[in-house]
Design a protein around this ligand. Structure first.
Ligand SMILES: [Zn+2]
Length: 327
């Protein structure tokens, strides 16, 4: 692909703030807080022999954040990076219960991040992402927090974490509560689990979007249901490769999903941990699924239509994307 994709306008819908800390930034944070972690010590936290070690390393990186200002500093840098990749609107997942586990106070952190909306280099909103397998009281607290800032930059409630340990069927009452509080839910589903979990997530949450959802490609009936409902899949190919949910010799289902007409766009998930960028994901789609510039543009428009912006702003975003791609 000879075109410089960074000049084309984009929307990012699947990105976790906590997965955005690069080794250079980790080193800066460590020095800021007088921690004895040299460059090699930091780099070692980005190499893992197995998933257990990955989780331990991720926890050690989170320990580098000592207050809301550290998270806001990272968000500012992330938004700058997104802008340089041509992103003009982003919905970013944040995990208050993960912050709390590492000694930070959720409410002031969320408030500080939302204050950045006034000065950010691009418009963004936040999705409060709960860890599904943790204590139910924490999920309820995260939902209360999301509702408290709804209309002030929090646009949805996310459900991340371990699908196998806490499948969608367990959250019928939570889904009902979200509906009654008029807060959309964006569950992760069908990332590591099979198509049945995507079907279950659609049934329980009736979501407009699903994080990943790629397992739908494994079942004709679930795929048909995803299409019938018009559910938007936030597909993160580099993440899927790096976490091993798609094996090295396995073909990524992106091409199949796209050919069948699934409403989808590409996300970077945990870009600093996986080495993913918005332009890089599009180049992957060109290589593996034969995407043309028109396909890329259509996926960007699909992302804008699936965003949680109010209708007027959503249409304005769609028009900007339509003008920026050869459609
Ligand atoms: Zn994710």
């Amino acid at each position: 692909m000879t075109t410089n994709l960074a000049f084309r306008p984009k929307v990012e819908l699947h990105l976790h703030l906590e997965g955005c800390l690069t080794p250079a930034e980790a080193l800066l944070l460590a020095r800021r807080h007088g921690l004895q972690l040299g460059k090699n010590g930091i780099l070692a936290l980005y190499r893992h022999r197995d998933f257990g070690e990955f989780l331990r390393h991720f926890g050690q990186l989170l320990d580098l954040f000592k207050g809301p200002e550290d998270l806001a500093w990272l968000l500012g840098r992330v938004l700058g990076r997104l802008r340089r990749q041509g992103v003009i609107y982003a919905e970013i997942r944040v995990s208050p219960s993960v912050w709390e586990r590492h000694g930070l106070h959720p409410a002031p952190c969320l408030k500080t991040l939302l204050a950045l909306r006034h000065t950010a280099p691009l418009p963004f909103n936040l999705i409060v992402d709960a860890v599904r397998q943790w204590d139910r009281a924490l999920l309820e607290r995260d939902l209360d927090l999301a509702c408290a800032y709804k209309g002030q930059g929090v646009v949805a409630f996310g459900l991340g974490g371990d699908e196998a340990a806490a499948p969608a069927a367990r959250f019928g009452d939570l889904a009902e509560e979200c509906r009654s509080r008029r807060l959309p839910v964006v569950p992760h589903a069908g990332e590591a689990m099979d198509a049945g979990e995507v079907a279950s997530a659609m049934e329980v949450f009736r979501p407009r979007r699903i994080g990943h959802g790629i397992a739908a490609a494994g079942s004709e009936s679930v795929l048909a249901e995803v299409i019938r409902r018009g559910v938007h899949l936030e597909v993160c190919p580099t993440s899927n490769r790096r976490t091993g949910v798609i094996g090295p010799r396995e073909r990524h289902p992106l091409g199949l999903l796209w050919r069948r007409g699934v409403h989808l766009s590409l996300g970077t998930d945990d870009p600093a941990l996986f080495g993913a960028t918005p332009c890089g994901e599009l180049r992957f789609a060109a290589r593996s699924a034969g995407w043309t510039l028109e396909d890329m543009g259509r996926s960007q428009v699909a992302a804008a239509r699936a965003s949680f912006l109010p209708p007027g702003a959503r249409e304005a975003l769609v028009r900007r994307l339509e003008a920026g791609w050869p459609l």
